[in-house]
Design a protein around this ligand. Structure first.
Ligand SMILES: C[S@@+](CC[C@H](N)C(=O)[O-])C[C@H]1O[C@@H](n2cnc3c(N)ncnc32)[C@H](O)[C@@H]1O
Length: 285
């Protein structure tokens, strides 16, 4: 059971104009990768994509699927870097409209739950950036179902490529639990109000769930990179405070200010993390 279309729309269909005010120019809504401390958010987002493009071993003779493609930022990057064909799937109606407006060559965007997706032919490589956190609800995790749900996702994706194919994967993570009551309330607010139905996986759950079809060839932790990314989103959003309050109301500004502040603290205090993995499709014995 993934987040429902309605829950996804709460998180991503607020207004494309609203997100455009504070995300980078290309609309990546996931951690950037700062290989140099003086990088702009735009440069660090391109760097994140370059790593995933290389992890997925893409080039202009390859086809790729981006599972949970957001506003199409990753597809935009792979098309610029060189690709034979790139498809993206999302559950958000607003995101799909934005993706289509990009009018990118060699690409297609589909509104579809990944669990129901049936590709016409196998892809050469895969990318998925911080979509897996929509697959397991807090209630399912309490029932001990998280690893099985994540494994279902990895197994399904394995059907869409040949053995030997590579997968550039990125996920937000949950780690330590805060001690203070207010911190717990802020985290619960973020989960319930901004991202209803979702739950960040733990790194050990993902390491278990990639088996038996995927081998982890490389793994990097991006916790500090995500801290820097959300701090920049917060700075940019606050720089438009008057306009946001006037256009969408005080509640939206206050909710997003609280959520982004909680994220900044969460990455600094290790409540949350982020991981990039290079996965290789293997044949089980
Ligand atoms: C945090 S956003 C990340 C978007 C994009 N990958 C990026 O880097 O900006 C999560 C994305 O996963 C998509 N998503 C969530 N559950 C999904 C599902 N079951 N099937 C397809 N897409 C899904 C959402 O619609 C959204 O586009």
């Amino acid at each position: 059971m993934t987040s429902t279309q309605q829950e996804i729309d709460v998180s991503y269909s607020v207004s494309n104009e609203f997100f455009k005010l504070w995300l980078d120019e290309n609309m990546h809504y996931t951690s950037a990768y700062y290989s140099r401390p003086d990088m702009t958010l735009e440069e660090a987002q391109e760097e994140k994509l370059e790593r995933l493009y290389n992890f997925a071993e893409l080039d202009d003779t390859k086809t790729v699927l981006d599972i949970g493609c957001g506003w199409g930022s990753a597809i935009d990057c792979v098309v610029r870097r060189g690709i034979k064909r790139a498809d993206g799937i999302t559950l958000s109606t607003e995101q799909l409209a934005w993706c289509k407006e990009r009018n990118l060559p060699k690409s297609d965007f589909i509104l579809c739950d990944y669990a129901l997706y049936e590709p016409k032919e196998k892809y050469d490589g895969l990318i998925s950036i911080e979509m897996i956190d929509h697959l397991c609800s807090p209630a399912q995790a309490r029932e001990g179902k998280a690893v099985a749900i994540y494994r279902e996702y990895f197994n399904k994706l394995a059907e869409w490529v040949e053995p030997g194919a590579a997968f550039g994967f990125q996920a937000i993570l949950r780690n330590r639990v805060p001690r203070k009551r207010q911190d717990l309330k802020d985290l619960a607010f973020t989960a319930d109000v901004i991202f209803p139905g979702g739950l960040n996986p733990r790194i050990e759950e993902l390491v278990q769930a990639v088996n038996p079809y995927w081998e982890i060839e490389e793994l990097s932790m991006l916790r500090t990179h995500y801290g820097k990314t959300v701090a920049e989103w917060l700075r940019r959003m606050r720089s438009h405070e008057v306009y946001i309050r006037k256009t969408w109301g005080d509640e939206l500004f206050d909710d997003y200010d609280r959520y982004l502040r909680t994220c900044v603290t969460g990455f600094a205090k290790h409540w949350s993390g982020d991981v990039q993995m290079k996965l290789r499709r293997v044949t089980p014995r």
